[in-house]
Design a protein around this ligand. Structure first.
Ligand code: PCA
Length: 219
């Protein structure tokens, strides 16, 4: 079987000179991992442009699955996002200087979409590989949540994509970024790449619904 997987990373934003999501996904470009030929594309950290660039890439590549990856500075582990919400509310300007507050991503769209990945089975596989990983119930309200919502909305509306896998993964800072702060979490690029490889290999696993990923704190 030869399927195509589109994986995206973002360009640097805010005070950062690099974005670990792009540093990691570009290492996967052109490789065959599990059942997939992997194609990596960079998205701009822009509310206005990110969806258009992703849409264009999907037209060209016609992927069988899409995973978007973004930086979540301060998070200590790989976080598999469970839900995308129809809200953009930016704490800092994006790379176009835009800072939308309190707006919908898709006017009149559903409040939220679930990820289309077996998150618990994937989490178990990533942990088994020795890499810290958890399920997250918020991708925030910045560009990452926006592209996640945009993707899931597109998969919901596009004919023939009922079975398509799609989702969003946040990753920590790399050590070189964390070194500029005090007490900041980080993860090595090798571990991030290995985690993403593991996600791809297990993308079509049967979900382990008896494995609770619940949290008391919502953190
Ligand atoms: N992280 C940001 C947007 C781009 C990125 O890598 C976010 O979490 O929204």
């Amino acid at each position: 079987m030869s399927n195509t997987l589109l994986i995206t990373g973002f360009d640097p934003f805010g005070d950062e000179a690099i974005n670990p999501s792009w540093e990691a996904v570009k290492q996967l470009h052109g490789r065959t991992i599990g059942h997939y030929n992997v194609h990596a594309v960079q998205l701009p950290t822009s509310f206005e442009r990110a969806g258009a660039v992703l849409g264009e890439a999907m037209e060209q590549i016609k992927p069988d699955a899409v995973i978007c990856v973004g930086q979540a500075g301060g998070r200590p582990d790989i976080t598999l996002e469970r839900v995308a919400i129809n809200l953009q509310d930016a704490r800092i300007p994006d790379n176009d200087g835009a800072q939308p507050t309190d707006g919908a991503i898709v006017e009149g769209g559903p409040v939220a979409y679930w990820a289309r990945m077996p998150l618990k089975a994937i989490r178990a596989a990533v942990l088994e590989a020795g890499i810290p990983c958890s399920i997250s119930y918020t991708a925030g309200t910045f560009v990452c949540n926006a592209i996640f919502y945009w993707l899931m909305n597109r998969l919901a509306e596009q004919e023939g994509s009922e079975q398509m896998r799609g989702g969003f993964i946040h990753i920590p800072f790399l050590p070189v970024q964390a070194a500029r702060y005090s007490n900041m979490s980080s993860m090595s690029i090798n571990d991030v790449v290995k985690a993403l490889e593991t996600v791809i290999v297990h993308l079509n696993d049967v979900e382990n619904t008896s494995d609770s990923a619940g949290t008391l704190h919502g953190a």
